[in-house]
Structures are given as C-alpha cells and as structure tokens.
Design a protein around this ligand. Sequence first.
Ligand code: CA
Length: 228
Amino acid sequence: MSATILIVEDEPAIQELVAVNLKHAGFPVVRAGSAEEAESAIRDALPDLIVLDWMLPGQSGLALARKLRAGERTRELPIIMLTARVHEEDKVQGLEAGADDYLTKPFSPKELVARVRAVLRRRAPHLAGETVAIGDLMLNPATHEALVAGQQIELGPTEFRLLFFFMTHTERVYTRARLLDEVWGDHVFIEERTVDVHVRRLRAALEPSGRHELLETVRGTGYRFRGA
Ligand code: CA
C-alpha cells in the first residue's frame, strides 16, 4: 500500500541515509547512483515518487526532472529534488523543471520524511499512508484495518486496495482498465473481468453494514464510489 520511492543519489553515505530513513518510515525504496540508472529503474517499474539529487555524474538531476515531466508515462511522477546549493536561483530552476519540492543539503531525515508525506498527500493521497474515512467507513493502510462504525470488516488485500482507491477517488467513474492500472499497478496484465470479481467480493464484505450501496456500477462504463 505504501508508495515505492526511487532514490537517485551518487553519494553513497547520503543515499544510505535517505534509504534507511524512508524504509524506516514504511516506504519500499529503489536506489540509483545516476540519472541513467534511474531511467533504467523507471523503465522496469514506475515508482510513486522520486527523490532526485541535483548534482549527478553524467546527466544532471535537473535534466532528468525535465525529461520525466516531458514523458507521457512519467509526467505525473512526484519529484523531490536534493541539492547542496543554497542559491535561490537554483530553487527556481528546480521548481521550473517540474520538481514538487526542494530540499537543501544538509537536511534532517525527519524533514525529508515529512516532505515526502506532504508531497504524496497532495499528489497521491492513497499512498501517503494515512487513514481515510467516509462517514463511519474508515481504512487504515498502516494497520490494514477496515472499520464500519468501529466494527472491523474482513477484506482481502486486493479488496482493501480497491476500497482504498475508491475512497480516495470518489464521485468519478472509473473504467475497468483504469482500475487495473491504479489498483493492480503498472506493468500488470490481467483480464478486465478480474476487476468485477474483486468488486463483487468487496460489495459482499460491505453488505452487512449497508455500505455496499456506495459502490455503484455505471452500465457500459465502470464503477463509481459515492463520497457520502
Ligand atoms: Ca550528488
């Protein structure tokens, strides 16, 4: 459920510091020592956020940020830039290149984790690791608990992710293909029917509480979750 974070940093000590602290905060991490390594990692699997050092051997972090913003698949990828520079001008350049936030070295690990959470909250609320609630329906991604009016309901891992997605993306209709992308993940090839199977299971789990009515089938299109 947590966001996978790609760390792009050529200085081993800083890479380690960032990786250890993000892992400790519950985020799976992937590491790269250069922009080229980062591009290869992104081709393998799209991360949910990238912590990107400005000064890298070869292609700079700034150039990579621009490239990611221009790419169709990576356009929405949240970017936090790291830099040793302190000049205001660099910050402007970084933000213009499409960074969501900016951290100047040396930074405290605590601040880095706080910034990562803040960017995710803004850009990908379902991955920030925080509890979401609609009325008395509550999901806690950290403990994997689902509650209705304080009573726990049993959900399989896929139904949990599906419900989490719906609760953080209410009132819009999602096609089965889009749900597969969002809930099952990038680079996954599964039949669209699979979505229906898990929607059915999710409804069955919600039915005793009556909350299954929030999850509507939109004929010929897909599914929509009511926000209240
Ligand atoms: Ca560096």
